[in-house]
Design a protein around this ligand. Structure first.
Ligand SMILES: Cc1cc2nc3c(=O)[nH]c(=O)nc-3n(C[C@H](O)[C@H](O)[C@H](O)COP(=O)(O)OP(=O)(O)OC[C@H]3O[C@@H](n4cnc5c(N)ncnc54)[C@H](O)[C@@H]3O)c2cc1C
Length: 489
């Protein structure tokens, strides 16, 4: 098809492949995407995104467009069958990253926004109607593909399988799925109201009805999402149109709404034991799957993409040793694993709450959703028990320009300093390509970070690497940064 050797080949143009291809292309790498279908996913699956994903989307300049096409919510309730809350989680309008922590979108629209932006990159080739049929572990990697019915080959230095739950690439690298023993059948219904109805559109409800667990999520504009757990012995056959309208009757009816689709899904929880073999990686649903109770499946894949993009960029541009790529699974797998367990817990909490209405006294041991995402388990320096190191760093406005801190640092490692830097450190920073920002500690968002510290080092993906007080401590942190990220200076 083409003899050109691409820097990266990506299999799958779902939300994760589309985001990763945009990120890598924005970094100037030559990227090819292979997708067996054509056009965006015609239906919604994912509906919820979060501030860390919006930070990633802002690297593609599309976060504001996504927000203006989505819905923010103020509360998530766990309720009884009559919708009376057992427990409520308040959702702030924005968090320290400067974006809404929960945002409800419509997947075909989200994918269109990502893909439209990808059209801007001349170094990105998208091959739709093209199926990956075989991978040859040569150098460069050879991909045998079937494009519009014709067989051909393309070549790339690195390959990322974003090819979903049944990933061909995962099987090729001999990765096994670790199953967390969670299999539940739920019917997922997407509907669109055609007239104004009396329904609270800024609250998500996890309805812990002992007769059937249910979820209501108010989608953007007139989109509504409902999920109902199948009871023992029920199969998809019993969900006739009549039955589906019956389930929806507390909210909507035939006169005020149209059903887009009603599909029975098997919710799974599993993770791959291996995310990389030499220059071949997997990301997104190819590497992990979880029940949607936390709305974090796609988000976990977008985090994979953000983590991998800058690492591949540094290695391809000889700014880091290829050992850096080993850190992709080391950093992402524990986080994905934690997220899967949280999603399972939400499902279990719903079951546990439902016992109450049966007259059983049961208080769930977990509050759900309120948990802080875990620290990185590597790739930081210092003591993460301060709740700051190894977590996503805040975003703040800069006085000097209209930029915010994320825009200022871009994809660089960054140092935020309260002090003038001595020459020796200044030259270390230049050698390591670290972008410096000198600030005064009055910036409210930075107050906590600068307690007992004068210097903050941040990673390209905006996790806080270290907090140092003295020049000696900063030098130690810089040496550690060079070592941990295998930087070539
Ligand atoms: C009911 C439901 C609700 C959900 N809600 C949420 C939510 O609110 N928030 C959230 O974050 N997540 C949610 N998820 C999970 C989310 O939908 C998935 O995690 C996400 O879509 C995975 O994206 P992906 O790009 O990794 O894979 P996919 O979207 O599965 O994309 C994989 C792509 O690879 C292509 N492909 C596969 N094999 C080949 C091949 N051999 N050659 C070429 N192309 C190939 C496929 O055609 C497909 O386009 C939900 C899931 C479900 C089922």
């Amino acid at each position: 098809m083409t003899d050109k050797i691409f820097d990266i080949g990506i299999v799958g143009y779902g939300p994760v492949g589309a985001t990763l291809s945009g990120l890598l292309s924005s970094l100037g790498l030559n990227v090819v995407v292979i997708e067996k279908t054509k056009g965006v996913s015609p239906t919604a699956r994912a509906i919820n995104t979060d501030s860390e994903q919006l930070r990633t989307f802002n690297f593609l300049n599309i976060a504001s467009e996504i927000i203006s096409n989505s819905r923010t919510v103020s509360k998530v309730h766990f309720t009884d069958s009559e919708f009376n809350p057992y427990s409520t989680i308040d959702i702030p309008k924005e968090d320290i990253l400067g974006w809404p922590p929960t945002l409800l979108f419509y997947q075909p629209e989200l994918e269109t926004i990502i893909r439209d932006n990808n059209e801007n990159y001349k170094n990105l080739l998208i091959l739709e109607n093209t199926e990956l049929e075989n991978i040859e572990d040569t150098n460069p990697i050879k991909l045998n593909i079937r494009n519009n019915g014709k067989d051909s080959s393309i070549y790339c230095k690195y390959l990322v399988g974003c090819d979903g739950a049944n990933s061909f690439v995962r099987k090729h690298i001999n990765a096994k799925l670790i199953d967390f023993d969670f299999d539940q059948d739920w019917i997922v219904i997407d509907a669109h109201t055609i007239e104004q109805i009396d329904i609270s559109k800024d609250e998500v409800k996890q309805i812990c009805d002992p007769n059937r667990l249910k979820t209501y999520v108010p989608g953007r504009r007139n989109h509504e999402r409902f999920e109902f757990k199948l009871l023992k012995g029920e199969t998809k056959k019993i969900f006739t149109k009549k039955k589906v309208w019956e389930l929806l009757s507390p909210w909507i009816n035939k006169n005020n709404s149209k059903i887009e689709r009603a599909v029975v899904y098997k919710f799974h929880a599993c993770i791959a034991d291996k995310w990389r073999d030499k220059n071949i990686f997997i990301a997104g649903d190819a590497a992990h799957q979880m029940p949607p109770f936390l709305g974090a499946g796609m988000g976990t894949g977008i985090r994979d993409a953000f983590n991998l993009a800058w690492k591949i960029y540094l290695v391809i541009n000889s700014k880091a040793d290829e050992k850096l790529l080993e850190t992709y699974q080391q950093e992402r797998a524990p986080h994905a694993n934690w997220t899967i367990q949280q999603a399972k817990i939400i499902g279990e909490m719903m079951e546990q709450f439902s016992y109450r209405e049966k007259g059983e006294k049961y208080v769930p041991s977990n509050t759900g959703y309120g948990e802080v995402f875990p620290h990185l388990t590597r790739g930081y320096y210092g003591d993460p028990s301060d709740g700051l190191i190894a977590t996503p760093f805040c975003r703040f406005d800069l006085d000097q320009s209209k930029k915010d801190s994320d825009e200022y640092f871009g994809w660089n490692f960054g140092l935020i300093s309260k002090k003038k830097l001595p020459k020796e450190i200044d030259s270390m920073l230049k050698k390591m390509n670290i972008k410096v920002l000198t600030v005064n500690s009055d910036i409210i968002n930075l107050k906590n970070y600068f307690q007992d510290a004068s210097y903050l080092l941040i990673r390209p993906d905006k996790y806080l690497f270290s907090r140092s007080k003295t020049n000696v401590e900063l030098k130690e942190a810089l040496n550690e940064l060079e070592k941990q990220f295998f930087l070539i200076t």
